[in-house]
Design a protein around this ligand. Structure first.
Ligand code: AGP
Length: 355
């Protein structure tokens, strides 16, 4: 078992550090850098006019991100929790139903895909496990090629899901800045390595070890990152953590914010979304909450933050992947300091095969 961890204390930390390599694997076969194109020829006929994603847990967060990518490309898309979709499916029309699942064995996701199939929908599985049930049952499959993930908490597979969804959205829907995005994807593994090498996440984790609750906020593509940051924190530290769309704070959750609740604000870029999220950061700062900005330094969010976790500047889509690495490390170090069972958290299984 120790050899399997390659010298790391936990599989989770090993897998966090494997992200540069797993991302390269995900991208290598599908991206032609010279031509500036993405090769998804095997899925070219799908040509979807609408997309419905179904997924659970971390994969659902990837699905939310994926839906936003398709929306940005002008294709109506929605992400559904698979457990809800299976029992009350929305009208499907001629939408392509995409199941996102690391294991390819999650019962809720399988049920949702089977329900979609019963209703005549075309289905596509985005999975890590070759020959898994989802891979076998869906009409089409797209492998994220992250390599085996042992830790119950999904880490490298989430990063590869985001990369894979970028490839799918580019291949199926194109976009104005295809070349720029392909360049950003090419640079992503190296930038993840930079974050791993220089992250200040451990010091942040130690500073807030005694906190009973942690909040995570983000907008747009950084909203799923906030949700994922909170889920990771819950799973492996057993602490209360919630992710919010930054704009929702003032509609209720702000009542929970005190000087005892660290707020992780994911703010990348310097556009409208960053500006509005900084407005939300000011709201929590005014309640004396410690603010940890996860940022590429393009906006002035650092002025309102107690700590800064920097990520390199990149495309807004790839920025989400980088920000997530910082949050993975904060949760990991918090759990490690608390002596938690990081690779096998209580009550959880790697693959949930019951509904
Ligand atoms: C992630 O850290 C969790 N262990 C869990 O939420 C997981 O993502 C979920 O059960 C879905 O699994 P899947 O990707 O294998 O379908």
């Amino acid at each position: 078992e120790e050899t399997g961890k390659s010298g790391y204390d936990h599989y989770m930390l090993k897998e966090i550090h494997e992200q540069p390599r797993s991302l390269r694997q995900c991208l290598s076969e599908r991206v032609d850098e010279l031509a500036g194109t993405v090769d998804i020829d095997d899925l070219a006929d799908l040509n979807p006019r609408g997309v419905q994603f179904v997924a659970c847990g971390t994969s659902y967060h990837a699905a939310l991100y994926g839906a936003e990518l398709f929306q940005q490309a002008g294709i109506p898309a929605q992400a559904f929790l698979a457990s809800e979709y299976a029992s009350s499916p929305p009208p499907i029309g001629d939408a392509l139903v995409i199941g996102v699942t690391q294991s390819g064995e999650t019962a809720d996701t399988l049920s949702a895909l089977r329900e979609a199939d019963r209703r005549g929908a075309r289905t596509l599985g985005v999975t890590n496990v070759v020959g898994s049930t989802v891979a076998r049952e869906c009409d089409h499959v797209f492998y994220i090629r992250a390599g085996p993930e042992i830790g119950v908490a999904a880490t490298k597979t989430f990063a590869s899901q985001l990369a894979a969804l970028n490839l799918l959205a580019l291949g199926m829907a194109g976009g104005d800045d295809t070349r720029e995005l392909i360049g950003a994807l090419r640079d992503l593994p190296g930038q993840v390595q930079e974050v791993l090498d220089e992250s200040g996440a451990r010091a942040v984790a130690e500073t807030y070890l005694e906190s009973d609750a942690y909040f995570f906020i983000g907008r747009g593509l950084n909203f799923p990152v906030a949700l994922e940051g909170a889920l990771k924190m819950k799973e492996i530290t057993y602490k209360h953590a919630e992710g919010f769309a930054a704009g929702e704070l003032k509609h209720g959750p702000l009542a929970l914010v005190t000087d005892q609740t660290p707020v992780f604000a994911v703010v990348t870029g310097d556009g409208e979304q960053a500006r509005k999220t900084i407005g939300n950061v000011k709201e929590v700062e005014a309640r004396d909450a410690p603010v940890i900005a996860v940022t590429d330094g393009q906006s002035d969010v650092e002025r309102y933050a107690d700590h800064v976790l920097r990520v390199p500047e990149t495309h807004p889509r790839t920025a989400a992947v980088l920000a997530n690495v910082q949050l993975q490390l904060v949760s990991y170090h918090t759990a490690a300091e608390l002596g938690r069972s990081i690779d096998k958290p209580r009550n959880l299984a790697k693959s949930v095969t019951v509904e």
